[in-house]
Design a protein around this ligand. Structure first.
Ligand code: G6P
Length: 623
């Protein structure tokens, strides 16, 4: 939530900041703003309600010169999304400007104190308190800015990633973080750089930086960075003790951040799934011996094999992946698995044993609730295994071991390829454990792995089979409600299908285990209510056929996802999409694809902003 970009160096800052904001727009798009120290030494702030494009329009006639700046794209928490509440915020004297991602929980107390001392506020945000506090402390303590930042952050409760400009010192950029991510890019400068002149970038993730440098430092919690034009970078903790940062080489590819000819990132990401899953499997499946090699499991065998139970914590789509993971791990490795919403788990005093293993699943690796669930589990002595997409993310760093899903950057707010990558990672995890625990026969183990190697090709066939969806999606555009049904492994797919529809088309949808229909939702069924049924041939096929019958006899309209060659369900359906046959436990990897496409085409037909649906953000760094 909220994206931060920063730059100091020899180049013009504004284009770098704007491009960076576009890359981070998935994190929030309520408003955008930029602050620069321009050529004449003025500290300027330009902001606009809405997207980065609105900011560009607002800054069109303005002085956008300057080689140092900070910028922000907002997902509103405190204060409605308007220009006044947009970041950057000035300090009272307009000497400082600041951008912030996170929530300052004690902002009301701090604001009251500052107001008593004569400070006046322009916005309703928690962020403005920070910049005012820093200025107030600098004035009253007669200290330099970095000391005032240390003092201020010691008084703050909450989460923050911040970047600060000081008009009086155009040669330095200050940044700090706790709980919200911040990456520093160490650049190479250019031919206009004076001897010894360095350049630094800031980003909430590496996407605004990769174009210029692949050398980054992931700022750690409670670290404050002072980045100087002369190349000096000083990183200290809140106690002002100097830290030794680790320079990391990014493995990201710039092409992965472009739409590559697709109308939307979401569509591109849906179509990337066959390759994304190939990348996820690469180096982990030995095709000759048909065995799995997961470094994360190998390294932590002792803790994993003695686990009394596994608790999977996640949010959103990752939580749906967790439900499918539970079914698979229990079936293959015979370990009890509980699945928890991270936001519930962290606050409900759960019974946690030190011998439990917690798996945290997160695409972004930054979800605040999942991070807090990890901390809770670790405080009980649990071993925490992470399944993340973003390398270097907070969750990837906080967990004791883990697996990266390696599906490449996911930019569309609605998660697609990360979901299937998470499923494949959970399947590999379950298989690796099953092998060690000898809970599967050798033959079955090899058979399952062989089936897994066939999934990318079958995903491609599924995409090829799904061409007709665009046509009948138009018919669904007019519905107000929709029910998704599945059983066994496909019940969480029903939840995920319904979530996708809600997220991007704003049509109300519910996912249910098909047999639960009779306990309430069937009352909703009439000729206006489409019912999407996931009914592959394996699993509880006959049972679901009966469920479809029940809906048909109440005039419900059926859209079914069936196995290639199926006639029974197909004949009962108004619309039908075929997916290739696979084992029951792998069906979600295929059956979810038509549901992703269905939501996508409905949303497009309704003229929705598919990649940036209203009120949502891709990375939820506030609780
Ligand atoms: C947000 C995103 C979802 C995502 C969820 C969990 O709600 O819009 O797509 O599933 O956060 O995010 P995570 O990064 O932890 O998987």
């Amino acid at each position: 939530m909220c994206g931060i970009v920063g730059y100091i160096g020899p180049k013009d800052a504004y284009p770098i900041l704007i491009k960076g904001l576009h890359r981070l727009e998935y994190r929030g798009y309520d408003s955008a703003g930029v602050s620069l120290i321009n050529q004449s030494g003025s500290l300027v702030v330009y902001k606009a309600k809405g997207k980065v494009a609105a900011l560009e329009a607002a800054a069109e006639e303005k002085d956008i010169s300057g080689t140092i700046g900070i910028a922000h794209t907002r997902w509103a928490t405190h204060g409605e999304p308007n220009t006044t509440n947009a970041h950057p915020h000035y300090s009272q004297s307009h000497s400082l400007s600041l951008v912030h991602n996170g929530i300052i929980e004690n902002y009301k107390t701090l604001r009251t104190e500052l107001e008593k001392n004569g400070m006046t506020f322009q916005s309703e945000t928690d962020t403005e308190v920070l910049v005012q506090l820093i200025e107030y402390l600098q004035t009253t303590h007669h200290c330099d800015l970095i000391t005032a930042v240390h003092l201020a952050l010691k008084n703050v409760i909450g989460a923050y990633a911040i970047a600060i400009l000081d008009k009086r010192n155009p040669n330095q950029l200050i940044a700090a973080r706790k709980g919200s991510p911040l990456v520093i890019g160490v650049g190479k400068g250019n031919e206009t750089a004076a001897p010894g002149e360095a350049e630094f970038f800031l980003g909430s993730d590496a996407t605004p930086i990769i174009e210029y440098t692949n050398q980054v430092i992931y700022l750690q919690d409670e670290e404050i960075a002072l980045l100087n034009r002369n190349g000096k970078q000083l990183i200290t903790n809140l106690e002002s003790v100097q830290q030794t940062p680790q320079l990391v080489t990014l493995q990201m590819n710039l092409d992965e951040l472009e739409k590559g000819g697709y109308a939307h990132f979401m569509l591109k990401e849906i179509f990337e799934q066959p390759n994304a899953i190939r990348n996820c499997l690469r180096g982990r499946i030995d095709r000759d011996t048909l065995s799995i090699k997961l470094k994360g499991v190998d390294e932590s065998k002792d803790r994993l094999l003695t686990a009394r139970r596994i608790i999977i914590c996640a949010c959103g789509t990752s939580w749906h992946a967790a439900l499918i993971g539970k079914y698979f791990i229990e079936e293959a490795a015979k370990i009890p698995v509980d699945v928890e919403y991270a936001s519930e788990f962290r606050y409900r005093n759960p019974v946690i044993d030190k011998d439990d293993v917690v798996i945290a699943i997160s695409q972004s690796g930054e979800t605040a609730d999942t991070l807090a669930a990890i901390q809770l589990a670790q405080s009980h002595g649990c071993f925490v295994y992470g399944i993340c997409n973003v390398v270097g993310s907070s969750i990837a760093r906080a967990t004791d071991s883990g697996t990266f899903i390696h599906v490449g950057p996911e930019i569309g707010v609605a998660s697609t390829k990360a979901f299937t990558g998470q499923l494949v990672s959970l399947i590999m995890f379950g298989l690796a454990l099953a092998k060690e625990k000898k809970t599967l026969s050798e033959t079955l183990y090899h058979e399952i792995i062989n089936d897994l190697t066939l999934i990318p090709e079958k995903m491609q066939q599924t995409l090829d089979n799904s061409k007709g969806i665009e046509q009948f999606a138009k018919i669904f555009t007019y519905c107000k409600n929709c029910i998704y049904l599945g059983r066994g492994y496909n019940y969480p797919v029903a939840l995920e299908g319904a979530l996708k529809l809600k997220e991007i088309s704003y049509i109300h949808a519910e996912g249910y285990p098909a047999a639960e229909m009779k306990h309430g939702p069937i009352a909703l069924v009439d000729e206006e209510m489409p019912v999407v049924v996931i009914a592959p041939r394996r699993g509880m096929y006959e049972k679901i056929v009966s469920n479809i019958q029940e809906i048909k006899s109440r005039n419900g309209r059926i859209l079914s996802i069936v196995t290639e060659g199926d006639t029974q369900v197909k004949n009962m359906s108004d619309f039908c999409i075929e997916v290739p046959d696979t084992r029951d436990s792998f069906a979600p990897l295929l059956s979810v694809i038509p549901l992703q496409l269905l939501s996508y085409h409905i949303a497009v037909a309704k003229g929705r902003n598919v990649d940036q649906p209203r009120n949502l953000a891709k990375s939820v760094t506030v609780e």
